[in-house]
Design a binder for this molecule. Structure first.
Ligand SMILES: NC(=O)c1ccc[n+]([C@@H]2O[C@H](COP(=O)([O-])OP(=O)(O)OC[C@H]3O[C@@H](n4cnc5c(N)ncnc54)[C@H](O)[C@@H]3O)[C@@H](O)[C@H]2O)c1
Length: 369
């Protein structure tokens, strides 16, 4: 159950409490535009509103306080309905610190074990493949987000010595593997689409043999879902050669991380790619973010593309049960791309970040009214 319901002028208004961690570099610039979009949608529907609380965490916070977030940061975030994150990372702070001490800490503490990344080529977005049609690129990646190759388990022995050894262990628990595969089957069933599992059982003779076995077991409960299974190297090639064979896709943390960047390249570039980190049981807040980083090379210039961040706002609307508005936001993005007049430089335009956000808001206004 989300939000606080309160009576306002005889109308029940649901308030969604959103923790905003705008983060570093272009993070705050793109998040501003997503917030504009969410506020516009709420303004057009009298049934709900958003309450945003900003947290100054990230690399700048780290340089002042020696930590990426408050010590009780996780406690503070618990009371929110969702987290809206820009990007973290900046030169001067090692990437493994900015990633592990903020982003991964949130994902792990809140058991956000599902990472949902749409790889859909919107109308008007650049189609990079010569032999494919726009409608061929329409995948939904479900990436395991809590363990696997990113479990953080390992050791660094005899550091700096001639015989030093590093161990980076993958962890595939039955619970963790089964729940992500089951979630993907449920999604495929709901959408009436096929499910493809991507693994690497020929080389990873424990973890991925186990993954394939669990996929087989769970598939027995979903006879109505067509399935396919590929090795990750073959999958990378097929995503380019024959993207239409991928509909809903389930894969491990590392493979999902890499393949969804390939997916981003297929679906209009990094400026359009969004991801949701979901705790399906809704015991903890879920987190919504563009998948790009803080782009220090263009930070502060007001030219970052806010569309990925706006897409993640659309995912947030879906998550709160307002799928019709989630679709409207995507439709507005398609309008913007098709008219091709207000785009940031990465899309060969000359518009600023806020001009793009304003245009999307204007289109939403005309679509909903
Ligand atoms: N989720 C996250 O917070 C996240 C993800 C990836 C990288 N990072 C961090 O971000 C920092 C920079 O990493 P990077 O350079 O490898 O990746 P990046 O995504 O920040 O940038 C890669 C390239 O894409 C461009 N780009 C990215 N987002 C854009 C946007 N919205 N509009 C226009 N151009 C955009 C950048 O200008 C750059 O040329 C590092 O510290 C890294 O650790 C954070």
């Amino acid at each position: 159950m989300f939000g606080i319901k309160a009576k306002k002028e005889e109308i029940i208004v649901e308030t969604f409490k959103i923790a905003v961690i705008a983060g570093d570099g272009i993070g705050p610039e793109v998040i501003n535009e997503g917030v504009k979009v969410l506020n516009k949608v709420a303004e057009l529907d009298s049934g709900f509103q958003f309450e945003f609380t900003y947290f100054p965490w990230g690399c700048e916070f780290y340089t002042k306080h020696g930590k990426m977030m408050d010590d009780d940061g996780i406690e503070q975030l618990k009371e929110f309905d969702a987290i809206y994150l820009g990007a973290v990372g900046f030169p001067g702070v090692p990437d493994h610190i900015s990633l592990w001490d903020l982003l991964l800490r949130i994902r792990k503490s809140f058991d956000q074990y599902v990472n949902i990344r749409p790889v859909t080529l919107l109308k008007g977005a650049h189609l990079p493949l010569v032999d494919a049609k726009r409608e061929d690129i329409d995948m939904l990646f479900i990436r395991e987000n809590s363990e696997g190759e990113y479990s953080g388990a390992g050791d660094w022995l005899f550091k700096g010595q001639e015989h030093e050894v590093v161990l980076q262990n993958s962890v595939f628990s039955r619970k963790g593997t089964e729940r992500i595969i089951r979630y993907a089957f449920e999604m495929a069933k709901k959408e009436g689409r096929s499910l493809t599992s991507i693994s690497k059982a020929n080389a990873l003779n424990y973890s991925m043999v186990f993954w394939d076995q669990v996929f087989e077991e769970v598939s027995a409960d979903y006879p109505e879902v067509d399935t396919a299974s590929y090795l990750v190297d073959a999958a990378a090639m097929l995503m380019i050669k024959d993207p239409k064979r991928f509909e809903v896709v389930v894969t491990s943390n590392l493979f999902g991380d890499i393949l969804t960047d390939l997916g981003a390249a297929l679906a209009g570039g990094i400026g359009l790619a969004a991801g949701a980190n979901i705790n399906p049981e809704r015991k903890f807040p879920s987190m919504f973010e563009p998948i790009h980083g803080s782009a220090p090379d263009i930070a502060g210039q007001g030219v970052a593309n806010p569309l990925a961040s706006i897409w993640s706002a659309s995912q947030m609307l879906d998550f709160f049960g307002y799928e019709q508005y989630g679709r409207t936001v995507l439709e507005a993005m398609e309008h913007l791309l098709v008219e091709g007049e207000v785009l940031t430089p990465d899309m060969n335009g000359t518009a600023s970040t806020s001009e793009v956000g304003d245009r999307v808001v204007h289109i939403i206004d005309s679509l909903i009214k």
